[in-house]
Ligand binder design. Structure first.
Ligand code: KG4
Ligand code: ZN
Length: 349
C-alpha cells in the first residue's frame, strides 16, 4: 500500500508563523513562531511588525517543521498555504514562500481559506467531518456559524458577527481591565474561580425583535461597551474592581450567546454534528457550556485540543491534504492573497 501524500502547510495570516507537515490526516510536525510579544505593548496586532516577524521566522520555522517530521523537502507531495483572510502584508509572506516552494519542488500549490482551516483542523484528532456539520467558528477576527456540507468545496454561512468578533471582545475587555494582550487566555484563567453571575452583562442580538432579522448573527460590541461602562462607574464611585468576577461574568455572556445560537441553528437545520473551531474555541467555559447544551439537545460535539485552536500550520496542511484527496485542481502559481476571503471559498483557484 502506498503512503498517503505528504502535505506541507504554511500559515501567516496574523501574528503566528506556522509551518506543519501532515501525511494524509496524520500530523508529523507543527511548528509555530509567534510575534505576540512584539504586539503586546500595543494591545493588538501591528501589521508592519507582524509582516517583518513572518519574514524573519518563516525559514527557521520551515526548517524545524521538516526536521521534526523527519522528512526531506523533496518528499513533499503538495504545498498548502493560507491565501486569506488576514493581513495583506502578513499573508503575502506565506503565499510567496509557498509559491516558491511549489515551483522549485514541482509540486501542486493549494491556496486555502484560514477560516475553513480552523474547522478542518479537527479532522487530525477526530477524523473526517460528517456531512453536513454545523461549525461554530470563533477567532480574533471572525465569529460565524457555518453549515459545512463538504469542507473542501461546499460551505454556507448561516450567520456571523455584525460588529466585533468574539476574540476581539476578549482582547478589548482585557484592555479595559488592564490585562495583557491577547486577552482570551488571561480572562479564561482569571474566570476559573470567580462568579459568572456576579454582574449581568447583555447578550447581544437575543431580544425577540433582533432574532427576526439576526437569528444566527452575533454582536459583541455592546457587551464590550457595557463592561467598559460598568468598570468606569465602579471606578468613579471609588470602588475596587472585582476583576475576576468581571472576567467570569463577561465570559458567561459570550459563551451563553454563542452556545444558544449554535444549538438553535443545529436544531433548525437538522444537523446532528457540531464542530467548534478558532482561537476562542480554546476557551474552557465555551467548551463546557457547549458540551452541556449539545448533550441536552442530542447533538454530537467535537473540538480540537486547545493548542490546535489558535493559529497554526497544521490546520492549513490538513485542509490542503483534504483538497488533494478530493482530487481538486490546485491553485494557479499566480495565486494572490485575499484579505477578505469569505468562508464559502475553501480553495482559491
Ligand atoms: O484563531 P486565532 O488564533 O487568530 C485569528 O484567526 O484571529 O484567534 C485569536 C483569538 C484572540 O482574540 C484570543 O484572545 C482568543 O483567540 N483566544 C481565546 C482563548 N485563547 C485564545 N479566547 C478565549 N479563551 C481562550 N482560552
Ligand atoms: Zn485564526
Amino acid at each position: 500500500m502506498t503512503n498517503p501524500p505528504l502535505v506541507l502547510g504554511i500559515e501567516s495570516s496574523c501574528d503566528e508563523t506556522g509551518v506543519a507537515i501532515v501525511r494524509g490526516t496524520e500530523l508529523l510536525s507543527n511548528e509555530v513562531a509567534s510575534s505576540v510579544e512584539a504586539h503586546a505593548r500595543f494591545g493588538g496586532v501591528v501589521p508592519e511588525v507582524a509582516s517583518r516577524a513572518h519574514l524573519e521566522a518563516l525559514v527557521p520555522t520551515l526548517t524545524r517543521a521538516v526536521a521534526t517530521a523527519g522528512v526531506a523537502l523533496t518528499d513533499i507531495d503538495a504545498v498548502a498555504v493560507t491565501a486569506g483572510p488576514g493581513l495583506m502584508g502578513a499573508l503575502v509572506v506565506g503565499v510567496s514562500a509557498a509559491k516558491m516552494l511549489a515551483a522549485t519542488l514541482g509540486k501542486p500549490l493549494y491556496g486555502v481559506n484560514h477560516l475553513v482551516g480552523h474547522v478542518a483542523v479537527d479532522i487530525l484528532e477526530h477524523g473526517s467531518l460528517p456531512s453536513p456539520s454545523l461549525a461554530l467558528l470563533v477567532s480574533g477576527g471572525h465569529t460565524s456559524l457555518l453549515l459545512v456540507h463538504d469542507i473542501t468545496a461546499r460551505i454556507v454561512t448561516l450567520g456571523s458577527t455584525i460588529d466585533d468578533a468574539a476574540g476581539e471582545a476578549y482582547d478589548k475587555v482585557a484592555r479595559v481591565l488592564g490585562l495583557p494582550y491577547p486577552g482570551g487566555p488571561v480572562i479564561d484563567a482569571l474566570a476559573q474561580d470567580a462568579n459568572p453571575t456576579a454582574i449581568h452583562f447583555p447578550r447581544g442580538l437575543t431580544a425577540r425583535h433582533d432574532l427576526e432579522q439576526h437569528r444566527f448573527d452575533f454582536s459583541f460590541s455592546g457587551l464590550k461597551t457595557a463592561v467598559a461602562r460598568w468598570v468606569e462607574l465602579e471606578q468613579r464611585a471609588g470602588r475596587d474592581i472585582p476583576v475576576a468576577d468581571v472576567c467570569a461574568s463577561f465570559q458567561e455572556a459570550v459563551a451563553d450567546v454563542l452556545t444558544a445560537k449554535t444549538v438553535a441553528a443545529a436544531t433548525e437545520y437538522e444537523v446532528a454534528d457540531v464542530v467548534l473551531g478558532g482561537g476562542v474555541a480554546a476557551n474552557s467555559r465555551l467548551r463546557a457550556l457547549l458540551a452541556e447544551r449539545c448533550a441536552v439537545a442530542g447533538l454530537r460535539l467535537r473540538y480540537p485540543s486547545p493548542e490546535l485552536c489558535t493559529d497554526n500550520g497544521a490546520m492549513i496542511a490538513v485542509l490542503g491534504a483534504a483538497m488533494l484527496a478530493a482530487g481538486l485542481a490546485p491553485s494557479a502559481i499566480t495565486l494572490g492573497a485575499d484579505t477578505a476571503l469569505p468562508a464559502e471559498i475553501p480553495l482559491v483557484a
